[in-house]
Design a protein around this ligand. Structure first.
Ligand SMILES: Nc1ncnc2c1ncn2[C@@H]1O[C@H](COP(=O)(O)O)[C@@H](OP(=O)(O)O)[C@H]1O
Ligand SMILES: [Mg+2]
Length: 248
């Protein structure tokens, strides 16, 4: 653990997940439950990082952006609770804890815990994606704000949409063979997809911006508004669609 960043990422995400499951039993609802979850998971991860990785920088959805990360060699990019809305709607299980490590230009470790599912996906034991079945391709989309262009993409390639909450859960749905692709544009941040992309890459999936370019992390601007995570054989088709039609 002391030197193993993969194991640390998985363990830290699970610790935060255990805390989130406790918060869900406290009788809170709506905004109060969301805020309590965000704060509790942030507190767990901040404490574990301070204790076990004191020399590293941190970029978190739930903390102010310390720009010294731009000069750092190692930056943990974390989303303590992704899918906050779904977390506040028990017994939904489509919410996650994201812990990623960026080192000198690359994501080098990552974990996505889905505590309500009892699963943690991480780069220390990269998931093996099952071979693709015969059916129509399945595209994971936001259950509350599905981008219109993804509907048009689905029609063109004969795919069906699978709605669910949380960016991490949608990326893991491709890893878990619940979907074949996750295609998103219109807004998101580095913490929403860094850990999921680290895990998906380790699992051999295609990960890029919607124009097919490489996703770059630890940029000054925390916005990272679009991405594709999919089985490699679907990537050309999806990128070609976006090049022809855009995402508006
Ligand atoms: N258009 C948008 N602008 C900003 N953030 C967005 C977004 N669409 C999705 N996200 C973020 O991506 C995560 C997954 O959203 P969705 O379930 O709708 O796909 C959520 O993270 P949080 O729950 O951490 O806030 C959400 O805030
Ligand atoms: Mg998020």
């Amino acid at each position: 653990m002391a030197n193993d960043d993969h194991a640390f990422a998985a363990w830290a995400a699970e610790q935060a997940g255990t805390r989130l499951l406790e918060v869900r039993t406290q009788g809170l609802e709506g905004r109060e439950l969301k805020d309590a979850g965000d704060a509790a998971a942030q507190a767990v991860l901040a404490q574990l990082l301070a204790e076990h990785r004191p020399d590293d920088s941190v970029l978190s959805e739930e903390a102010s952006d310390d720009k010294s990360r731009l000069q750092a060699d190692r930056v943990w990019i974390i989303d303590p609770l992704d899918g906050t809305r779904e977390f506040s709607e028990p017994p939904r299980d489509d919410w996650a804890v994201h812990v990623a490590l960026w080192e000198r230009g690359e994501l080098t470790a990552g974990a996505v815990a889905q505590p309500a599912l009892g699963e943690t996906f991480h780069t220390g034991a990269p998931p093996v994606v099952a071979p693709r079945g015969d059916g129509a391709p399945r595209i994971a989309v936001s259950r509350t704000r599905p981008p219109a262009f993804v509907q048009a993409l689905a029609e063109e390639i004969g795919a069906e949409l699978v709605p669910m909450g949380s960016a991490g859960v949608k990326v893991m749905s491709v890893v878990r063979d619940v979907a074949d692709a996750y295609v998103h544009a219109g807004g998101q941040y580095q913490w929403d997809n860094a850990a999921p992309v680290a895990v998906a890459r380790a699992a051999g999936l295609h990960c890029s911006r919607v124009d097919g370019s490489t996703i770059v992390y630890n940029e000054d601007d925390t916005s990272l508004p679009d991405l594709i995570v999919c089985r490699p054989e679907l990537a050309d088709q999806i990128v070609a669609f976006v090049r022809r039609h855009g995402t508006d």
